[in-house]
Ligand binder design. Sequence first.
Ligand code: URP
Ligand code: ZN
Ligand code: ZN
Ligand code: ZN
Length: 487
Amino acid sequence: MATTLISGGTVVSSTGRAPADVLIDGEVIKAVLSPGSTLFGTDVAASVDTVIDATGKYVIPGGIDAHTHMELPFGGTAAIDTFETGTRAAAWGGTTAIIDFAVQTFGERIEDSLAAWHGKASGNCAIDYGFHQIVGDVTPDSLKAMAKLPDEGITSFKMFMAYPGVFYSDDAQILKAMQVSRDTGLMTMMHAENGPVIDVLAEQLVEQGKTDPYYHGVARAWEMEEEATHRAIMLAKLTGAPLYIVHVSAKQAVEQIAGARDRGQNVFAETCPQYLYLSLEEQLGAQSEQYGHFEGAKWVCSTPLRSREEGHQDAMWQSLRTNDVQMVSTDHCPFCMKDQKELGLADFRKIPNGMGTVEHRMDLMYQGVVTGEITLERWVELTSTTPARMFGIYGRKGVIQPGADADIVVYDPNGHTSIGMPVDENGKPTGKKHHMNMDHAAWEGFEIDGHVDTVLSRGKVIVDNDQYLGSKGDGRFMKRGLTQYLT
Ligand code: URP
Ligand code: ZN
Ligand code: ZN
Ligand code: ZN
C-alpha cells in the first residue's frame, strides 16, 4: 500500500483549524500528526512514498455534492453531463463524492429505476457516488419497494410538489410516502413549489405574449415556494417523517423552515450557489448580443432565481450563518443552449430546467469566506461535513480523521480561479475554463480568490496543479446509512 504525507498545511474541520500533517496509507487516513512528527525516531516525511507540500494551504475533507442530476431525462431532452464528464468536472473543483437521483417515472418499478441508474454510473465515475431515489409513482408496490431501499444503501427519497404530469405527487401520495419515511428512517426530500398553481400562472403569462426566460421566474412566485414548504412541513409533522427541503431560494421558505426547527421538528434544508449569487433581474432578465432576449435561458432552473430587490440572496446567506439552512448542494442539471435550452425559444415553459455548477461549488462557497459571509470552518461544514452526516456517510467521508477515506483537497487561499468560457468576436468559444459538458458558462466572469490545487480520492491524487490524473471508473458506489443528523 502506498503511503502519502500531506505536510505543512492547515487542516480545517467544521469545528476548527490547526497546523497538521495528514498521513495516508493506501485509501484511508492513518493519522493526523503534529507538524514534523517522528515515528520510532525517524521523520515521518522521510519514511513515506510521497510527500505533498501543503505549506500555506488549507487541507480540507473533499467536497460532497448531495444533489446532482447526471444524464437526467427532463424537458424533452437529457442533462448533458454523463456520470463520466460530470464527476470528472466535480473532481476538478474539489468535490470527491456526489449523491445523484435515480428516477422512478410513472408506471415504472422502483427496483428497475434503481438498476437503470446503477447501469449509467457503474464503471464511469471519477469519484465516489451514491443515490437518492426519486419516487414519481406512489403505488402499493412502490411503497413496499421504498421500505427496502436502506438494504440497498439508499436512505433518502425525493418527491415533487412541482412539475404536474412529470414527477408530481399530490398531497395524499406524499402522505403515504412520508409514512414509510417515518417507519423506516428514510429521509424525505421535497421539491417544494406548488406546481399546479405555477402551471396556470405560466399559461396565463404565455397567453399575454410573455414568453421570455424572465417570466419563468415570474410564474414561479415565492408565495408558491413558501406555501409548498409550509404544506410539506405540516405533512411531515403529522406523519413524524424527517424532512429535507431541496434547493431553497425564497426567504419566506426559510422562515417556514426556521419556525419548524424552532418548534423542534426534524426539518432540514439545502440551498445552492445560484440562490446566493444570482438574481431574477440580473440573470433571468439578461440580454446579450449572442443570445438576445433568450440569454436568461442559461439560468432557467427550479426553484427559480429570485429578485435581489426583495432581498432573497442576503436572506439565504444569513440562513447559512444561523443554521436555518444546513448545507449547500448544486442541483447540477446542465443543458446546452444549442438544441436544448433552445427548445423554449418561443415559450419559456419549454426551456429544460437546470444549471451546471458541480465544478464550481467549492470555489463559489470559498468566495463567501473571502467576503466574510461565512467562516472557513462553516465552509467545510456546509460543503462536506454536514452533507456526509445528513446522508449517512459521515466518518468515512466529510472529515479528516484516522480511518476515514483519504478524500482530501489541498486548497490554496493565495491562488486564483477565473470561471468562464472565453469567446471570439463572433461569439464562438475559444476554449473552456471549465470541464462540464455544456456549451456555455453559467458562472461566466466569476473570479475566485482561491484555487483547488490537489485533489485526492481515496488516497489517489486525481487532480494536481491543473492536471487531471484520475481515470474513468475510479469512483465506487457508496452504500449509505440512515441520516446521522437527527436531533
Ligand atoms: O431546475 C432544476 N432544478 N432541475 C433539476 C430537477 C429538480 O427539480 O431538481
Ligand atoms: Zn427539484
Ligand atoms: Zn434537482
Ligand atoms: Zn486552476
